[in-house]
Design a protein around this ligand. Structure first.
Ligand code: FAD
Ligand code: FES
Length: 271
């Protein structure tokens, strides 16, 4: 983990209220793994005082990309950052997504809204690993993205997934892109269709979505990983502000910032 002051290469609007930011940070990029996050000081000075957590959306050799939605004053300040300006970053933090153990079957990615952010880095890592090992066609491993968003305009980066040979199914709250409904409706349908064996599932999105993903996959014997986006203060395990209830006896709570943000669905209780 490093604290770095890094220049912003670009910061573009890519959908209503969604920004894509690239930051030059060779040190953090060298250590970063999909599923991890950075704590970012969104503006110089006292306000907002606390850093904001954002997932690694993409990692290259010298830079990282962040995909963020403007929510409040922190992300609003971030959206006004211009190329060439510097930002304070702490990271990479948290535990990365474990990679699938099996090189066959279907890997399901389930994204709700801005929850798409960490799943692109994960998809790129899995695809890259298979390419290096020359396994993709031999092993018949398929990746399928089930992606729900508010409107068609909020369905972002789809072609980046498709370029890797990933099948993408979309759904929107208003029916403007794909069917009308939620990402979990796509999952419900997928689970009862004859698609072949699922070898692992990864989900990121609002808490109610993650809760439904956990419920729908409860009887599956495959690992289901949930990436949680709780509110955080310190991001380093000190304040306990990000606690989530643990299922294991003897442990009451897990900290999203240190024990997560990626958890096995069976290890946590989402209220
Ligand atoms: C590990 C992790 C990774 C994340 N990755 C991303 C990402 O890649 N892209 C992205 O857009 N966002 C991500 N988030 C969420 C992001 O951190 C918050 O949206 C951001 O901190 C909001 O800051 P703000 O100052 O703009 O809003 P604030 O002024 O802090 O909040 C505005 C309003 O939103 C509510 N709020 C703030 N944060 C959250 C939250 N996390 N969940 C629910 N309600 C909230 C507050 O209660 C308040 O009502 C991530 C969060 C975590 C913990
Ligand atoms: S944010 Fe402080 S302990 Fe997790």
């Amino acid at each position: 983990m490093r604290l770095s002051n890094c220049p912003v290469n670009r910061n573009l609007v890519i959908a209503p209220g969604y920004f894509l930011m690239e930051i030059e940070t060779p040190e953090i990029a060298a250590e970063a793994q999909p599923g991890q996050f950075v704590m970012i000081k969104t503006r110089e000075g006292r306000e907002p005082l606390l850093r904001r957590p954002l997932s690694l959306h993409r990692v290259s050799s010298t830079s990282i990309e962040l995909l963020y939605q403007v929510i409040g004053k922190g992300t609003q300040a971030l959206s006004q950052t211009r190329p060439g300006e510097f930002l304070d970053l702490l990271g990479p933090l948290g535990k990365p997504f474990p990679l699938p153990a099996s090189s066959s079957g279907i890997i399901l990615l389930v994204a709700g809204g801005i929850g798409i952010a960490p799943l692109l880095a994960l998809a790129e890592q899995i695809s890259e690993r298979l390419k290096v090992k020359g396994q993709r066609s031999k092993a018949n491993l398929k990746i399928h993205l089930l992606y729900g968003a508010k409107t068609k305009a909020h369905l972002v980066r789809i072609s980046d997934f498709q370029k890797m040979g990933i099948e993408v199914s979309t759904i929107t709250d208003d029916g403007s892109g794909g069917r009308k409904g939620l990402a979990t409706d796509l999952l419900r349908k997928f689970l009862v269709s004859p698609h072949g064996n699922i070898s692992a599932a990864y989900a990121c999105g609002p808490r109610p979505m993650l809760k439904t993903v956990a419920q729908l996959t409860r009887n599956k014997t495959v690992p289901v990983y949930l990436s949680l986006e709780e509110m955080m203060a310190c991001g380093m395990g000190a304040c306990l502000g990000c606690s989530v209830r643990a299922r294991a006896s003897g442990i009451k709570y897990l900290r999203v910032c240190q024990d997560g943000p990626v958890f096995l669905a069976e290890d946590i209780i989402l209220d």
